[in-house]
Design a protein around this ligand. Structure first.
Ligand code: NDP
Length: 327
């Protein structure tokens, strides 16, 4: 069972040598009672994992506990169930959720595992992004925390990444004007040509971020979807409009610094009546996956007419469909 283990705790920028690929030995292809044995297919690379590579901190959030040096690191992934010791999953099922960086994993916390029912229309890897944790982050972070209104001016940093590319598109769908920043010419092009951002710029080519934002937002920013922190946040605070909202999703520019940079323009929040709110995607998981759905399936084409007309006498309970064939 090939594994990726943390070699030692990280301070500063993580290097490849902080991780090692090793052979974890033979595994029993049998799931103990209460667990699921999964063959991992895709593993997700997420910025929060950097925090888990740091030494443990007193009072740290247990959801983001430090990895253990010498053991495989953990994260979101997509896999196929090989053997199951729980009723909700059976061998052959595709799943996504929290797993370990190794070929095969025994997952005992099956609460963080979700079954994938649609294995045909979308690539399985999308469950690490659009249909997984970053998708939840972008959707709820934008709609719930930012409370967008049509015509508002939206700025997204780290805009071409997993979360940012979705936020930009949700902002366009909400009728907003959206500008994104990213760290290369190629990414800036992608923002405009593929994701439909109104404008985009390479923050690495701007000596003065405040001036750059003034160029793209002559009337100021209503909503800032914060992914990077540091100097960008300061520049946004200088350009925020009255009643602006800042959704603090992440601050990737700070994760590898021993001492986080100070923010100087916070006082703008007072006279601009700004609401700045952090959020964690996990808070929304329950809400998202608690959405219940009831279908009323009429078996066989011959039962189709009754199913269709039944809508008008209220015969259906939930969404009526006709199952013509199952394969
Ligand atoms: P991305 O796919 O955006 O990947 C990270 C990107 O961050 C890089 O491609 C890079 O793009 C940019 N970046 C790296 N270092 C810096 C830096 N010093 N300054 C500015 N940009 C930098 O990751 P995600 O979309 O998954 O995550 C984006 C943010 O959202 C992160 O801050 C992450 O921690 C946060 N997040 C928060 C969640 C929550 O629940 N609150 C959940 C998921 C993510 P570039 O070339 O543009 O610099």
């Amino acid at each position: 069972n090939k594994q990726v283990v943390l070699t030692e705790y990280v301070t500063g920028f993580p290097k490849e040598s902080h991780l090692a690929v090793r052979n974890g030995g033979k595994i029993q292809l049998k799931a103990p009672q209460g667990s699921v044995l999964v063959k991992n297919l895709y593993l997700s690379c997420d910025p929060y994992m950097r925090g888990r590579m740091s030494p443990p901190k007193a009072g740290g959030d247990p959801n983001f506990a430090s990895f253990t040096p010498g053991s495989p690191i953990q994260g979101f992934g997509v896999g196929k169930v090989v053997d199951s010791g729980v009723a909700e999953f059976k061998s052959g099922d595709f799943v996504w959720g929290v797993t370990s960086w190794e070929e095969y994993s025994i997952i005992s916390n099956t609460k963080t595992l979700f079954k994938i029912t649609n294995t045909e229309d979308v690539p399985l890897s999308y469950y690490t992004g659009l249909l997984g944790m970053p998708g939840v982050t972008a959707y709820f972070g934008f709609h719930d925390v930012c409370a967008p209104k049509k015509g508002e001016y939206v700025f997204v940093s780290a805009a071409s990444g997993a979360v940012g590319q979705l936020v930009g598109q949700f902002a366009k769908l909400a009728g907003c004007y959206v500008v994104g920043s990213a760290g290369s010419k190629q990414k800036v092009e992608l923002l405009k040509s593929k994701f439909g951002f109104d404008e985009a710029f390479n923050y690495k080519e701007e000596n003065d971020l405040d001036a750059a934002l003034k160029r793209y937002f002559p009337e100021g920013i209503d909503i800032y979807f914060e992914n990077v922190g540091g100097k960008m946040l300061d520049a946004v605070l200088s350009n925020i409009r009255v009643h602006g909202r800042i959704a603090v999703c992440g601050m990737i520019s700070q994760y590898n610094l021993e001492h986080h940079e100070g923010v100087h323009n916070l006082a703008a929040m007072i006279y601009k009546r700004v609401r700045m709110q952090g959020f964690v995607s996990f808070d929304y998981f329950a809400r998202y996956w608690k959405i219940a759905y009831v279908e009323d399936v009429a078996e066989g084409l011959e039962n189709g007419p009754a199913a269709l007309v039944g809508l008008f006498s209220g015969r259906n309970v939930g969404k009526q469909v006709v199952a013509v064939a199952h394969e």
